[in-house]
Design a protein around this ligand. Structure first.
Ligand SMILES: *[C@@H]1O[C@H](CO)[C@@H](O)[C@H](O)[C@H]1NC(C)=O
Length: 256
């Protein structure tokens, strides 16, 4: 009886946790509002925001849409911040901020490169904190003619539909996994991979959100342990069947 009760309480705890996960909304990673500036790149189609330094591809197909930003060097953190979500508001610029616009929430999908030879307009050089937004996001909070605006921003949890996605590329000697549609803190700090015939193998980050291993795992079903920057880890068991091929995308089915 006691064991049954224990089992039941685990079940209940499990369903409460699952519920909490699916109702993330605007919960915060860090409630402090920080000062920064914002510009935009590309046009209203967002075509210029596709691909980019985080390693994502077609942002529409991958669920990010136009709600994205590129980050300056100090925010990008060499790609570790890719996938993080930011809430941003236009502040202290009555001429260009749209009154009552509220805030936007964007996912970091690209890098705004510094330019050390340019005499002015070096918004993305360190140590400046800068968001180079998609044009549709920028124009929600400011008039496009503003060019550059002062903003306040804070880190929020990412609210994503469906499971974490695993896109596998590489060759038989080198597996590269792109992880996208990551909820929770959104920025990944560690990934382990496990073949059906191996133990857990730590992956190393290659670039952006591409994680790699040199272990040969063709013909094995694959599992992942993904840890976000806030330390929360989710395990994706056997989400890749043993007949997987390079170039395929697999649905992790659950999310943070
Ligand atoms: C950096 O700035 C210089 C001077 O304005 C410009 O000529 C050059 O094209 C810029 N480089 C990049 C990569 O944008």
């Amino acid at each position: 009886m006691a064991i049954l009760k224990l089992f039941l309480s685990f079940l209940i705890l499990g369903s409460v946790m699952a519920k909490r996960r699916s109702h993330i909304g605007r919960r915060l990673v860090d409630q402090t509002w920080y000062d920064a500036h914002a510009t935009f790149y590309g046009d209203m189609t967002g075509a210029a925001t596709m691909q980019g330094a985080c390693g994502y591809g077609d942002l529409f197909k991958q669920g990010y849409g136009l709600e994205t930003t590129a980050l300056s060097t100090s925010l990008f953190n060499n790609g570790l911040t890719c996938g993080a979500c930011f809430e941003i508001q236009c502040v202290d610029d009555p001429q260009w901020c749209i009154p009552g616009a509220g805030t936007i929430i964007v996912t970091a999908t690209n890098f705004c490169p510094p330019n050390y030879s340019k005499p002015t307009g070096n918004w993305c050089n360190p140590p400046l904190k800068h968001f180079d937004l998609s044009m549709p996001m920028f124009t929600k909070i400011a008039q496009y003619k503003a060019g550059i605006i002062p903003v306040k921003y804070r880190r929020v949890l990412c609210s994503k539909q469906g499971g974490v996605q695993f896109q596998i590329s590489g060759n038989p000697y080198f597996i590269l996994v792109l992880l996208y549609n990551v909820g929770g803190a959104g920025d990944i700090s560690g990934v382990n991979i496990k073949g059906s015939n191996t133990g857990w193998i730590p992956m190393s980050r290659n670039w952006g959100v591409n994680w790699q291993t040199a272990t040969q795992l063709l013909g094995q079903s694959l599992s992942f342990q993904v840890t976000n920057s806030d330390g929360i880890m989710v395990e994706f068991d056997d989400v890749v069947p043993s007949d997987w091929q390079f170039g395929q995308v697999f649905d992790g089915r659950i999310n943070f």
